[in-house]
Design a protein. Structure first.
Length: 318
């Protein structure tokens, strides 16, 4: 269940104050070309579009990026050095840290808010690929990602008044789903995970990506589960250790399938959605976009090593 609640003990929260904050392996990880991704405000479109295949590949090959957070997503600061904050992300579970996914983020991309002012009975989740945050007079302020979740203040005829790190703004009603903050988004079935994911066919892969500006393999599966009411671990290896184990002959659409080196006997390196009929929906690798492929005759067929299910059947169909 995707809830907009927080476990930090203080009455103050640190939240992401840019459209997408990239969580880096080290303070020295960003390069000059990454400036649009570490500034405030960020320009993720500019950053991604200016990267070449080589500079994009280096983000993973040189272990520069860990993950990302979306506008309004809470973090816990564990250390501050110069203009950087070391954080853990409670909504992204990981074996790397029991409190959440760890890494470094520019301190200027975070903002302190009070729990009392931040939390609301309802939350608004962006359900279109992108949505513009707007002022009262309709001026576009920030281009936000799919599954950005913000506290909802009230509804107007065609917009949702939302609480943000920068004050009260608006989102177009057609681009969001409003839900009870303590209940989370509605839990849906496996086919709904696939329907959500198909909207992103051909979207370029991005290492560490957790937004609709670009997903990596496990970021894609994480986001589609989030959109359908399930909070799962961040990385493929962790996703393969949780959920319900599914035998290969019982695979159903929406199940996660995992792939490991050494023809399935080594370390897990990839995850995708089982689509049915021997097909997979996945975000493959740098230089390729999200795709729907047949497993037969591919290296993936040889490397398939596990399957897990997080979704629940619709009532009456279990």
């Amino acid at each position: 269940m995707t809830k907009q609640t927080f476990d930090q003990s203080s009455e103050e929260l640190w939240v992401t104050a840019v459209q997408v904050a990239t969580i880096w392996t080290a303070r020295s990880s960003p390069r000059d070309i990454d400036q649009p991704g570490i500034s405030n405000p960020t320009n993720i479109d500019e950053w991604v579009n200016n990267l070449t295949f080589e500079t994009t590949s280096a983000l993973s090959d040189e272990n520069r990026i860990q993950t990302q957070t979306l506008y309004g997503e809470a973090v816990i600061i564990t250390e501050i050095k110069d203009d950087w904050a070391h954080v853990v992300i409670p909504t992204q579970s990981s074996v790397k840290n029991k409190r959440g996914y760890p890494g470094w983020v520019p301190r200027g991309q975070l903002k302190k808010v009070t729990r009392r002012k931040w939390q609301r009975k309802e939350s608004a989740a962006i359900t279109s690929q992108h949505a513009w945050l707007e002022t009262e007079n309709g001026e576009q302020v920030m281009k936000l990602s799919y599954m950005t979740i913000l506290p909802a203040e009230r509804e107007t005829t065609d917009r949702i008044h939302v609480v943000t790190p920068h004050g009260l703004y608006f989102l177009p009603k057609h681009a969001v789903t409003v839900f009870a903050s303590d209940q989370g988004l509605e839990k849906r079935c496996g086919n709904d995970l696939l329907e959500a994911g198909k909207h992103y066919l051909e979207l370029d892969y991005f290492w560490g990506g957790m937004s609709s500006f670009g997903y990596d393999c496990s970021g894609f599966t994480y986001a589609m589960h989030k959109a359908n009411g399930y909070q799962i671990p961040r990385d493929a290896g962790d996703q393969a250790q949780a959920g319900h184990k599914i035998p290969r002959d019982e695979l159903a659409p929406g199940d996660l399938i995992f792939f490991a080196y050494e023809e399935g006997k080594g370390r897990i390196h990839h995850v995708g959605f089982y689509y049915g009929d021997g097909k997979m929906l996945h975000s493959p690798q740098t230089g390729r976009g999200i795709e729907l492929i047949s497993l037969k005759g591919t290296n993936y067929e040889k490397e398939l090593c596990a399957a897990r299910r997080y979704w629940q059947p619709e009532e009456g169909n279990s």
